[in-house]
Design a protein around this ligand. Structure first.
Ligand SMILES: Nc1ncnc2c1ncn2[C@@H]1O[C@H](COP(=O)(O)OP(=O)(O)OP(=O)(O)O)[C@@H](O)[C@H]1O
Length: 281
């Protein structure tokens, strides 16, 4: 690789993972609650889902988690006593209308935000009891995010963006370069390591974001409407890619989406309505 991910600016960059992973997820504007559909009975389960075959304990465990924004008359309870158990390797989709609490749920699961009450365990570790530093380490070592808006750093090349989690882990440059190259090849972007996000299509940008999410070998992938900004053909490609990579890596994945195709790829689909989680009709 020529210029590689040392960068068009020829310098080694250092980024905190708040900059990297917090950019989209910290977006929060008070909005009126969407009444949304009522919870329905039943459960959508993909035939042959691997989740049911897993016999060890859950990888993600959520017990009666509540999260309220604001106080008094303007308070909005985004999560109402949500409980959830996700076995290792499960590909779980969560659907719900705008404002139903999907982003809030992913944020508290991944340690980007704190629940008001309840307990969350990821990989056996109690996220709700973690200090800020421990949450940072969780986001660096265990959890990867994919956002609707891609969340790439615009001044960095594709390879540099993908390499960020490895820099944070202190991986040496040679190993990093190899792993970045492999990650880009995995998402079909081996020809584009030196292009910046602005020089890539939306679908290619999301591929870069997917490569960045996977390069560090996280145990948990959280994807917040990953195809929301893509046309339907590109969305389909991205959905297939996410589905394939989740299965290949065996990681646990929780994806929020409205997209019926992505829903059909999941092992299980849950519906969130006004901050309450139920099985999908
Ligand atoms: N920082 C905040 N301050 C106040 N209210 C907030 C904040 N963040 C979210 N909310 C409110 O919490 C509720 C859940 O929001 P959340 O973003 O989790 O929903 P969502 O299902 O992800 O919506 P969307 O699909 O539009 O992203 C909404 O009523 C929203 O207005």
């Amino acid at each position: 690789m020529s210029e590689g991910y040392r960068g068009r600016y020829g310098r080694e960059e250092s980024y905190s993972d708040d900059v990297i992973f917090g950019a989209d997820a910290s977006r929060k504007d008070p909005r009126p609650q969407d009444p949304g559909p009522q919870e329905g009975p039943g459960r959508h389960t993909r035939p042959g889902a691997r989740g049911s075959a897993v016999s060890s304990g859950p990888f993600v465990e959520v017990e009666t988690v509540t999260k309220t924004y604001g106080s008094g008359e303007t308070a909005v309870t985004a999560l109402h006593e949500v409980s959830l158990s996700v076995p290792p390797g499960e590909f779980l989709a969560i659907q719900g209308r705008s404002g139903s609490g999907k982003t809030t749920l992913l944020n508290v699961l991944g340690g980007l935000d704190r629940a008001d009450s309840g307990r969350i365990r990821v990989g056996g570790a109690d996220v709700t009891a973690m200090s800020d530093d421990e949450l940072l380490a969780l986001r660096r070592d265990q959890v990867a995010y994919i956002f609707q808006g891609f969340g790439l750093l615009p001044i960095l090349t594709a390879a540099e963006n993908v390499g960020i989690p490895l820099r944070l882990k202190g991986i040496d440059p040679t190993d990093r370069e190899e792993r970045v190259r492999a990650a880009l090849a995995h998402v079909g972007l081996e020809q584009h390591p030196n292009q910046t996000p602005a020089e890539l299509s939306g679908g290619q940008q999301q591929r870069v974001a997917i490569a960045r999410a996977l390069v560090g070998g996280p145990g948990l992938l959280l994807a917040d409407e990953p195809t929301g900004q893509l046309d339907s053909a590109t969305a389909r490609e991205i959905m297939d890619l996410i589905g394939r990579l989740v299965r290949e890596t065996g990681m646990t994945a929780i994806v929020t989406t409205h997209d019926p195709i992505l829903l059909s790829l999941a092992d299980r689909v849950l519906e969130i309505t006004d901050g309450r989680l139920g099985e999908s009709p």
